[in-house]
Design a protein around this ligand. Sequence first.
Ligand code: PEP
Ligand code: MN
Length: 358
Amino acid sequence: MFVVMAVGASEGEVNAVKSHILAEGLSPYDHEGTERVVIAVVGEIGPRKPVLMSRLEALPGVESVTAISRPFKLTSREFHAEDTVIRVLDATIGDGSLTVMAGPCSIESRDQLLETADGVAAAGATVIRGGAFKPRTSPYSFQGLGVEALRYLAEARDRTGLPVITEVMEPNQVDIVAEYADILQVGTRNMQNYSLLTAVGRIARPVMLKRGYGATIEEWLMSAEYIVSSGNPNVILCERGIRTFETYTRNTLDLAAIPLLHHLTHLPVIVDPSHATGKRWLIKPMALAGVAAGADGVMVEVHPRPDEALSDGEQSITLDQFAALMAALRPVHEQVRDLHGDPVLSGAALRVGDTSKH
Ligand code: PEP
Ligand code: MN
């Protein structure tokens, strides 16, 4: 449930509501809207719900108390109607602009990363990606350069001015990765690694949470809830394909997840056509489709010489292909942005929607 404070409620009234929630053994999370403070009440509420709702409603400065129907609370659109906008260095994610995260699957050397970073930055990327700690299916595959790669990433940020994102695989790597990276990525295999989610929830860096390849949208949002309830509101969701019976593509890109997520949650949504398809020639059509479906941006793997890549070469595009992709994405993004003014695809329909439908 959440408590909506009256416009102009005093700090004392807000604190009294929070103390009441704490005295019940529950946790208050406040969120300052444009006009008023809204306080979510989370924890095991159980059968005391109706009594608690009327008690909170009776407190001074409280305007109303509303139940949240979803199992995910802080990440729900019901609690937090406005889009979450994430600012990191000069980049803004989730404000209607087009976010493009690009770079190699793995950082293989300083030269390889810097050549890629300079190329994608010149073509218009807004975030540089690169794997330092790699979750590989085979223990015999290249596992990443680790901390050495984090230093190259920091160098890429310094010369391009763009924020950098990289994956963190274990709770004990969170501090070192956060020292070098501007955005931390939790990969598909770790979407339900709860100790990692809690650890990235405690740091002052945005986190991009990739969808587990076998996870439902609700499970994914419950994982995002772990991060937000641990204290980190800056979560980005990344649809990267799910495993189905189809074998021509590496995974199946769930495009419907994009408008569905905008309906269910206020968090920004990025689409990753590289891991979703596993095929270089499918990146462009699927990136365009993701942006057309309303994604806040894309993440793509780029390598100067994909045939020599130590990981995911078959799904990596060249620098020239990346420049062509940017040129194709921009007009589609512009058009979709204009469509948001349309009553059918407007913020109200696309982002908030009719909650009775599912
Ligand atoms: C990646 O983005 O480097 C990656 C390993 O992706 P995923 O976790 O989606 O497989
Ligand atoms: Mn990869």
